[in-house]
Design a protein around this ligand. Structure first.
Ligand SMILES: [Zn+2]
Length: 196
């Protein structure tokens, strides 16, 4: 029997962890409540919930991304807060994008094939993610600022694997910390600068 790559096992464990799935939804609930309390950033008006239908491809079984809308006539601006579940307009859950992109580095091609089959992700999608982590993500203002806190500097050729290793994401609470760390780039506004 071929032994599994170390990252592959925590990747599978996290993706099957229903407690984690619920926890992420809870964190997003907190994030939307915090944003609601701040009110409309444009006019100071009250915000009300106006969630957007979002079902991540291949699961987890989430139905909506939490969002807010200004209640003031003439403004009605939508405010979609940061999330630990959804990453901009990506159709897969952030958890999947991060973990799968990380474990790809170091996996043999046949294991990559198994992982793709198991999660129903096509080759081009994986390649797009890889390119994004190696290019746009690292050139983003978010990462240019954030990378300074990692000493020694993280290997840029295998991102996001070194991020996962640095956060010790085999632990559920540390994985949550990583997703919170990345949350600022998940809003539609931030995402505009992060797409190819
Ligand atoms: Zn407003």
């Amino acid at each position: 029997m071929v032994s599994k790559h170390f990252g592959e096992s925590w990747c599978h464990e996290h993706l099957a962890d229903q407690g984690l799935i619920q926890l992420l939804e809870k964190v997003d609930t907190d994030l939307v409540q915090e944003a609601r309390l701040k009110g409309c950033l444009l006019c100071g008006g009250k915000l009300h919930r106006s969630d957007c239908e979002r079902k991540p491809r291949g699961g987890p079984q989430w139905d909506v991304r939490f969002s807010l809308c200004c209640s003031r006539e003439g403004c009605r601006r939508r405010h979609t807060p940061a999330s630990v579940r959804f990453m901009g307009r990506r159709v897969y859950a952030e958890l999947v994008v991060v973990l799968v992109s990380a474990v790809l580095h170091g996996l043999k091609p046949e294991r990559v094939h198994c992982l793709r089959e198991a999660l129903g992700i096509d080759r081009r999608t994986l390649e797009r993610w890889r390119q994004w982590w190696l290019g746009i993500f690292q050139e983003s203002s978010f990462w240019r600022e954030a990378r300074a806190r990692f000493m020694p500097p993280l290997c840029h050729k295998t991102m996001p694997l070194p991020l996962c290793v640095s956060f010790e994401v085999e632990r559920r609470d540390r994985l949550l910390d990583l997703l919170k760390f990345l949350a600022p780039i998940t809003t539609p506004t931030a995402w505009k600068g992060l797409v190819m």
